[in-house]
Design a protein around this ligand. Sequence first.
Ligand code: MCA
Ligand code: AMP
Length: 495
Amino acid sequence: MSANLYALFRERFPADLSARFLETPGGGIVDYAGVEGETAKLANALGALGVRPGDRVAVQVEKSPEAVLLYLACLRAGAVFLPLNTAYRAEEVDGLLRDAEPALFVCAAGSEPTSSWLPCIRTLAADGSGSLASEARVAADEHAVVDRGADQAAVILYTSGTTGRSKGAVLSHGNLAANARALHRAWGFGPGDVLLHVLPVYHAHGLFVALHTTLLNGSGVIFLPRFDTGVVCDWLPRATVMMGVPTHYVRLLREERFDAARCRGMRLFVSGSAPLRQETFERFRERTGHTILERYGMTETGMNTSNPLEGERVAGSVGPALPGVELRVCDEHGRELSAGEVGGLEVRGPNVFREYWRMPEKTRSEFRDGGWFITGDLARIDERGYVYLAGRSKDLIISGGLNVYPKEVELVLDSLPGVLETAVFGLEDADLGEAVSAAVVCEPQAGALSAEQVIAHARKHLAAFKAPRRVFFLGGLPRNAMGKVQKARLRDELG
Ligand code: MCA
Ligand code: AMP
């Protein structure tokens, strides 16, 4: 049988296809019959544009029901979906497209790239000729679900790396199906569930964790275009499940209208992508009576652990391994440590990605023999199997649930005339968890630079969320005996 993920979803569609899949606050509704018909039309439109199974379809569009349908259409057509954060600037997008070599790039009207080497560019919305939606509208509403093996690529998600160069994590139909099944069961999805969707759909959290569990459940989603605490309060009484990053919960707690009465119909709040502070966990429970369920995952692996639905949800722990996922804690040579010792967390299972796109060396160096993937997170596992994250061995900042790799920002800041060297690091931030911060050393003979100039330079070349929020001008960077910049010292002294 085909392992195409769309086929699995289709098996689970509700018997009555007029049941709602997506509902937007503006009154837009996509029912399951619409999913079937529209994805067929889009798949036919993709084929007419020359997209063949295995080809990449890169997509940088605002969150919308059409974007979700395009994702499902790519699965159905056997194309490899490649979503890009809408905050990425033209030069970031250009670099990724050159690496991915998509057969088609779908973008927002007005932001078509000028790159002449791209074979095919389309906008998504049906607001003019030359858009994918207008081509789909006249296409046939039947299309086979293209046969795919479990190991074949379904999606490529780019994540930056410690070297500043982005890597495309290739996720297969089998990876995504395994994780969706595990989460659907672990989180007790069933009849009557309605998911309040507040996340972007260009990352694993909003695209896979939230939507796949719902699709396996054949149920409905209240699909908010963006996270806004007032709008969330309006819609919570109709929902049963919400998934968010810690910043969402911090912001909800600041909203007066957010109270237990509004959450009466809710059965589950899930948090992930960044550490949930104990204070947020406790204040949330006091305010609503609900205990947030924290889980842990990665783009490369999907979800690895989850606090239990039934049983104790421990503040500060991301819970035990999900069924089918194996975890171990090792030293830097891959030797397993004993229970309770802190070391590098490694993971193995059907959820773990296949490879980094066209980076065989990088793939090899991130795996150990036996298929263990080195997550770059530090952790300990207690005798009950609960995992406690204890920091990261990778140099990564997580701001509002979005990853920022310091090296990428440092390379841009270093290119600003007058800058001698920089170090980028995260400082604790009540709203974002960590705020991107930069220590800048100027050339002695250069004129004085301002923090505004440094930030403007970063925003010109990088997505705004990667730009430093705080800039410190120093006479030199603290270094250890090996000459390595001591970022921990910068965090301690400047935080
Ligand atoms: C927006 N801005 C940010 C961030 N988001 N700055 C720093 N960090 C951020 N995360 C900036 C914008 O550039 C803008 O600046 C200003 O904030 C307002 O923009 P807006 O879009 O209105 O922001 P917002 O709606 O307040 O967004 C904050 C947010 C959002 C809701 C926390 O970032 C968000 O949805 N984060 C979730 C990301 C996510 O899905 N992560 C999962 C990754 P200006 O106006 O100056 O230009 S997947 C993953 O990590 C793994 C698999 C896992 O475990 O889940
Ligand atoms: P990404 O590369 O965007 O997939 O981000 C994955 C990283 O987010 C992980 O390697 C962790 O460092 C972090 N992360 C995800 N969930 C949690 C969590 N619940 N607590 C702490 N960190 C998390």
